[in-house]
Design a protein around this ligand. Structure first.
Ligand SMILES: Cc1ncc(COP(=O)(O)O)c(C=O)c1O
Length: 422
């Protein structure tokens, strides 16, 4: 081997290798229950995606979007079988969820001529100035002046901590019906859109109650407010349907859908906006960037859509989700500090008593071969279980064995003392 080849092989992150749901890091093997950064929908190594990327790299790694427009159109046509009939246009010029959400905001503002954006308490829509500005968590704002003057946050459908102190089922769904008050007293009166995650991911895997999406849609229709579904986490099969808003959240009927993360299959950055045809109002110079619609991202997107269809990945999510959820529920019966198992598809979670418990449990889980993540960047008390969508039933069993071992070890270490639990 020549020295330059040896040097290239040993450079970079050579201590890390991924295969399927497993990450090998510095000699250890982990089941990645966080799917990377919730973006490895197809795991680390889906071969058709890897092969297509190699082939594209051999041809060229970059093209200006002038040359990739037709490819974007072809990919959108391939996606259409998974989309609601009312979605007729696309904007594939982003590589991050933050960018896609800002694109969607621009679309809503330009199409309606209105300014304000509603979003939810506990929401996370990105890390750029604009997308953080519309996100509903103070810890992301604290150190900055984020110039998004027209952002209005409204209570989230978080029944466990109801803003209106109501009981689920007898609440009149105030979090979805009382938007008039926010239009009247908290906004400029010119509300373009409501931006909403079908499951509040970073906020704590919060699944809205039955009827929420229908009520929200009715309210927004009454008030003339567009709905943007932020499907950056929930899209591309995570909840068992192509989008959450084509499955359990279909009554939301969003006017605009944003996606990123899992869309690149094996972690290739790609993002986009889907919308009603009449909302296709942007000119190219109004929302694009150097890497938008680059060929590697588009190849990854195209192959991910193909893989999801050809390998029946959505069906796999349906198959493994039940046993994984049941396994978590069984563990919660054995370990009293673990509670509130919840989620949809492979977007599952449970709570520990405090955020400190979550932080130390993440370390214990790592020692038992599991990568898990918490919520709200360490401020939340939720542990998320979101393995790649290609996980097999045998691998689900292995995951549960490792999780049980980790919980047992965590109890032995005197866990939950702070709450007086075992
Ligand atoms: C729901 C949601 N929207 C948007 C984003 C921002 O995506 P990105 O980090 O790719 O900019 C995230 C990232 O975690 C997210 O979870």
């Amino acid at each position: 081997m020549t020295s330059s080849v040896t040097e290239a092989l040993s450079s970079g992150l050579s201590g890390y290798t991924g295969e399927g749901i497993y990450l090998y890091a510095d000699g250890q093997q982990y089941i990645d229950c966080a799917s990377g950064t919730f973006n490895l929908s197809l795991g680390y190594s889906a071969k058709p995606v890897v092969d297509a990327l190699h082939a594209q790299l051999d041809r060229c790694s970059h093209l200006s979007s002038d040359f990739t427009r037709e490819k974007s159109r072809q990919i959108f046509d391939k996606m259409r079988e998974f989309l609601p009939a009312h979605i007729g246009a696309f904007w594939f010029r982003d590589i991050t969820g933050s960018g896609a959400n800002e694109g969607a905001i621009r679309i809503a503002q330009k199409a309606t001529g209105k300014t304000d954006i509603f979003s939810l308490f506990l929401s996370h829509h990105g890390q750029t100035v604009g997308s953080t500005g519309v996100s509903g968590n103070a810890f992301r704002h604290r150190s900055f002046t984020l110039p998004f003057a027209n952002s209005v946050k409204i209570p989230a459908p978080d029944c466990a901590n109801c803003f209106y102190s109501q009981q689920p089922g007898r609440c009149g769904m105030l979090c979805a019906t009382r938007l008039e008050d926010f239009v009247e007293y908290a906004s400029s009166g010119q509300v373009a859109a409501l931006l909403v995650e079908p499951v509040l991911g970073n906020g704590g895997n919060i699944v809205p109650p039955a009827g929420y999406f229908r009520t929200l849609r009715e309210t927004c229709d009454r008030l003339g407010i567009l709905i943007i579904a932020d499907e950056v986490q929930t899209g591309f099969g995570r909840t068992g349907s192509f989008f959450a808003s084509t499955g359990f959240a279909r009554e939301l009927r969003p006017d605009v859908i944003t996606f990123a993360k899992g869309a690149g299959g094996i972690g290739v950055p790609v993002a986009g906006v889907l919308m009603r045809s009449e909302l296709d109002v942007l000119d190219p110079w109004e929302h694009s960037s150097t890497s938008g619609a680059n060929p590697l991202s588009l190849v990854a997107l195209e192959e991910t859509v193909r893989y999801l269809r050809d390998h029946r990945v959505l069906e796999n999510v349906e198959t493994v989700s039940g046993p994984l959820r049941q396994g978590l529920t069984d563990l919660a019966r054995r370990f009293p500090g673990m509670s509130n198992v919840r989620g949809v598809g492979l977007m599952l979670a449970f709570d520990l008593p405090t955020s400190l418990d979550v932080q130390s449990f993440i370390t214990t889980a790592r020692e038992h071969g599991l990568i898990v993540r918490g919520s709200r960047y360490g401020f939340g008390r939720t542990v998320k279980i979101r393995p790649p969508l290609i996980i097999t039933p045998d691998e689900v069993r292995e995951l549960l064995v490792r999780l049980c071992d980790a919980l047992r070890a965590y109890h032995r270490e005197g866990a939950y003392d702070r709450e007086g639990q075992p």
